[in-house]
Design a protein around this ligand. Sequence first.
Ligand code: GLC
Length: 443
Amino acid sequence: MFFTLYRKMVRPICIVLLSLFLQGCAKPSIHEPVTLTLLEEWSDKRFSEARQQELQQFTQETGIRVSLLPSPDSARQRLVLWRELLGTGASGPDVYGIDVIWPGMLSEYFVDLKPYFANDVSLQFPAIASGYIVDNKLVAVAYRADIGLLYYRADLLRQYGYPGPPKTWDELQSMAARIQAGERAKGKKQFWGFVWQGAADEGLTCNALEWQAAEDGGRIIEQNKTISVNNPQAIRAWQRAAHWVGSISPPGVAGYREWDSLNVWVAGDAAFMRHWPSAYFNSQAPGSPIRNNFDIAMLPGGQTGTAGTLGGWGLAVSRFSPHPREAVELIRYLTRKDVQEKRARMVSQPPTSPELYNLPKVLEANPRFKLLNQAFRTGMVSRPSNVAGNKYQEVSDAYIQAVHSVLTGEKSAPDAAAALENELVRITGFKKGPPLEKSIHPE
Ligand code: GLC
């Protein structure tokens, strides 16, 4: 596993290091304009094209140039790369895009942005903004808000007589099974009911947390530092998902990352998909076989309600950057209201402040943002990154291994949950206990 990860990492690390080296060779003299390097999560061509346009605009406005570095596809590999670069202490990228779950692990490498952005942050969704604050330090400024959503084929739901998307996971299961059987009977042999992200990567933490949080199964580790994961509701939720593998979901789903599920979905080979808001843009792109035949909804609920995992990305300034002033200017520009508004219209990227969701121009281009606005307020569950701090990746890795072993049938869910509970005690030193009543937190 380590070797494969290592091999997969070598290429992206080499590309980034080479880019940095070439820039180093072309270091400007004092009078030449500054060139910043920016390392973000973009692995999608269309999004990075949109980003390049924004960066050109920024250069026109300020004279500061920006070079955008390439990024690996997997969430786990990105963290390895970011750590590798920051750990050298050398002046690598000036600005880093960081996942909302990383601030507790990477805080020491970044400049406190509070003096520059306190006002802007007070206008953002509180749950989003608070993800980037560690010990009162503003580690990054959110520029993109993510939440787990249900994508469904509206045309097929109509054909099979369903008035709307499923309200519960059990309903999703039976609708997916029926539509899958019907489509296969029509000759679509590779059609599946439901695709999602089951690979042993961060996406699985997000998916599995959604299944269990909706059923009163808690947040793995609660806000009050209780390790709650070993409970009957979480165990049942994992068992139900294990049952999907090979029935309503492809056997290979336990190896799917975001791109794999999106490819099956966009090809028209699935009735439902769990994904982030960004998948809307790809699904609705000109030439997409499912264009205008799908819609989005909040994820199905359970006993507690509906829970989409809060995701998203913020921008941080490296402590080793020789150009912190310009780096702050870049972040100010990329998080600016008009720039976020344009991004929302052009590539349907969800903004970070509630006020932007009500702008007529934005709503007209994305009528579905109404739903997102509601989801960010009422149907969201956060991963336990604030409470786990710099131990978060160990916590998440242990959770991923446990859930993955249940999905592949290697372990029973009760055994996996019991072993995980002990492992989390070892990692964090926290106590065991039941889930808190309110795991799904509104603002
Ligand atoms: C998305 C989310 C991020 C999450 C990742 C998992 O990029 O924004 O928060 O960790 O997916 O794959």
